[in-house]
Design a binder for this molecule. Structure first.
Ligand code: SF4
Length: 640
């Protein structure tokens, strides 16, 4: 179908659907290049609706990097909402790019962002709506190369059948190497298998079809075999040694999207070591951007977009070393410009009175979110988030006394060894915080408790532990519903079935791919949307395939079991995770490793990279011990 036909059909369909602004493109700062003169064309997809996808910083960065190349063009694609999908299917309108309205199947490469696992059925829907065969093995040289990246790719196995190549780790540099490799291959007109082998040799790229999984009789993984000598084992995650200057030319949507703001990443990685947190482990090492660079970027981004809010983003924004200097700098430089500043992830320990004073000038938010994650000090030691209840209450007092009236407290239930008493303590803690608020600002004080259920994630210290069974989760939630109510208190929770879905998908092996496919065929999509999620479809899919869902969730995995993601090296050593898990059983905690390095494995694996980029950008202390130096030689990344 040519672009004129796409436009003609859109003209008919758009007046009949909700929010047509999702489907038109044409926004400020979009980049449209001359299709016929550019040799390599890439579609960048977020497999959910525009409203969510437009706030994805990773794709915005890749869009900018690719479009800076004179011989590459990158365009965007999101999933249509149900009404638009029905209209498109009825009109036989394939999924198209927002910029030039070319069908996605005409692009050379389709890059899919997978920040979380509940996007998997949407990814199949995306391929189907594009007319691209779902399974990699069914694609020929005439189909786009389908690549994927994002945090969920750190266990790529459940999606192995559908994705040609995964980017493991950070995509900023690797994306250009993929495009160059593709371009060379296209020029040489070689078979598709040659392209896949060449891609596998790029540091940080995993090509699943070059690996085969073998299982033991009990259903656990025996080993992963490589089908080509060009396929490395393990595949070490890619990192950028120094964060490049932040993106400033953001596309400005016509409609309201999830975050209408300039997102500036101030720091990447986390050194805290919370044992449940996958993002904290897989994004190490910590790298900070200089204050001056961030301030300049805010200035430019405001000029380019006209946004009135800036988000200073990181996994833990108050851990950014010069955070006070940064917030004060923003206040000074943008005084009188009505700029609203948000620091979305604040830690209780680094949330100082000075920071609050500074934020008061530039934050128009009515509340703050704090994440103690557990309510008893015993539990917080087990999960390695050792803040004291007194620290939390102090912080709450500071917040209320400075004029804010809502505090959102974020908890998880289902941590290893949790009892009903630990759960009841969540209600007690929320009430204690509310009491402080009432004392300071009276009845305006409000405490909202968000209680999710813990899913043990790959590459974390808790990767071996089971998920709570449905009846355990229900009992804990019932207790909270009974205890945590009354004026000024609000409780939010997830359905246990949503937790189980996340657990199957994130902890699954290659066989889960068949379950995902069946679930999608039965109608599963938009699984991350409560109103769309259908547990029964997933149960039918497990039944069809003959797999037991409990195998992936309720089972405690022995320390020596081969895990489905063991051949993916997130750079933190399995030995470190094992030791840390054993420490948790004894309630032993680790301090922020910027104060004391625990030799998690990062430094020896990237020793050469760091030597090539000396300076202050990494927060890990220098390695001095001779033992580390000799070890480094064995772990050099595969050259790009
Ligand atoms: S190498 Fe040391 S300082 Fe760096 S992330 Fe690992 S434990 Fe922390």
């Amino acid at each position: 179908m040519n672009t004129d036909e796409v436009e003609r059909l859109l003209g008919r369909i758009l007046p009949t659907v909700q929010k047509p602004g999702r489907y038109t493109g044409g926004e400020l700062n979009q980049i449209v290049k001359e299709w016929s003169t550019i040799p390599t064309r890439m579609a960048l997809a977020f497999p959910d609706i525009y409203d969510l996808g437009m706030s994805n910083l990773g794709l915005a960065i890749l869009y900018d990097i690719l479009n800076r190349q004179s011989d590459v063009l990158a365009e965007r694609v999101y999933l249509p909402w149900s009404d638009m999908e029905a209209a498109m299917r009825q009109a036989n309108l394939p999924l198209y790019s927002l910029e030039s309205k070319h069908p996605i199947s005409e692009f050379d490469i389709l890059g899919v962002s997978l920040p979380y696992e509940t996007l998997y059925t949407n990814t199949l829907n995306l391929l189907d709506l594009s007319g691209i065969p779902l399974r990699g093995e069914e694609r020929t040289g005439g189909h786009p190369l389908v690549i994927a990246g994002g945090h969920a790719a750190l266990n790529p196995e459940p999606m192995a059948a559908f994705i040609d190549a995964f980017v493991i780790g950070e995509g900023e540099e690797v994306i250009l190497e993929i495009v160059r490799t593709f371009k060379d291959w296209k020029t040489r007109q070689e078979p598709r298998g040659t392209l896949l082998e060449s891609l596998a040799q790029i540091w940080g790229v995993y090509v699943p079809s070059l690996y085969e999984a073998h299982y033991l009789e009990d259903g656990t993984l025996s080993h992963i075999e490589t089908r080509s000598e060009k396929a490395p084992v393990p595949v070490l995650k890619r990192i950028v040694p120094k964060l490049p200057p932040p993106l400033t030319r953001f596309i400005v949507p016509f409609i309201d999207v999830t975050h209408n703001r300039v997102p500036i990443e101030i720091m990447r990685g986390c050194t805290r070591g919370c044992r449940f947190c996958q993002a904290g482990m897989i994004t190490r090492p910590v790298r900070q951007r200089p204050v001056a660079e961030i301030l300049d970027a805010v200035e430019k981004a405001l000029a380019h977009t006209g946004f009135e809010e800036v988000g200073l983003l990181s996994l833990s924004s108050s851990d950014y070393g010069p955070i006070l200097e940064l917030v004060r700098g923003v206040n000074e430089r943008f005084a009188g410009r009505h700029l609203n500043v948000s620091l979305p992830s604040l830690r209780i320990e680094t949330f100082s009175a000075e920071l609050m004073e500074s934020l008061k000038e530039s934050s128009r938010r009515s509340g703050f979110t704090l994440a103690p994650e557990a309510a008893t000090e015993r539990m917080r030691e087990i999960i390695n988030k050792p803040v004291s209840t007194e620290q939390l209450l102090d912080t709450a007092r500071e917040i209320f006394s400075r004029g804010w009236h809502t505090i959102k407290l974020y908890f998880m239930i289902g941590h290893p060894s949790e009892t009903l008493e630990d759960v009841r303590a969540i209600a007690d803690l929320c009430k204690a915080v509310l009491k402080e608020g009432r004392r300071i600002i009276g009845k305006r004080a409000q405490v909202n408790a968000g209680v999710s259920t813990f899913v043990p994630k790959p590459h974390t210290s808790f990767q071996w532990v089971p998920v709570d069974a449905t009846d355990q989760i229900q009992a804990k939630q019932e207790l909270l519903k009974k205890e945590l109510r009354g004026p000024g208190l609000k409780l939010n929770w997830n359905k246990p079935e949503e937790t189980l879905l996340e657990a199957w998908l994130s902890r699954g092996d290659r066989r889960m791919g068949e379950v995902i496919l069946r679930a999608w065929q039965h109608g599963a999509k938009f699984d991350a949307w409560q109103e769309h999620f259908r547990y029964d479809l997933w149960m039918r899919a497990f039944d069809d395939v003959g797999l037991n869902p409990d195998f992936y969730t309720l089972r405690e995995r022995p320390i020596d079991e081969t895990l489905p993601w063991d051949h993916i090296d997130a750079a933190v050593k399995k030995q470190f995770l094992t030791e840390d898990y054993l420490w948790s059983l004894n309630g032993r905690t680790r301090i922020d490793c910027r104060e004391r390095c625990f030799a998690c494995g990062i430094l020896p694996k990237y020793a050469d990279l760091r030597r090539a980029h000396p300076g202050e950008t990494w927060e890990c202390p220098e390695v001095r011990s001779p033992r580390h130096k000799s070890h480094a030689k064995d772990h050099l990344p595969t050259p790009a």
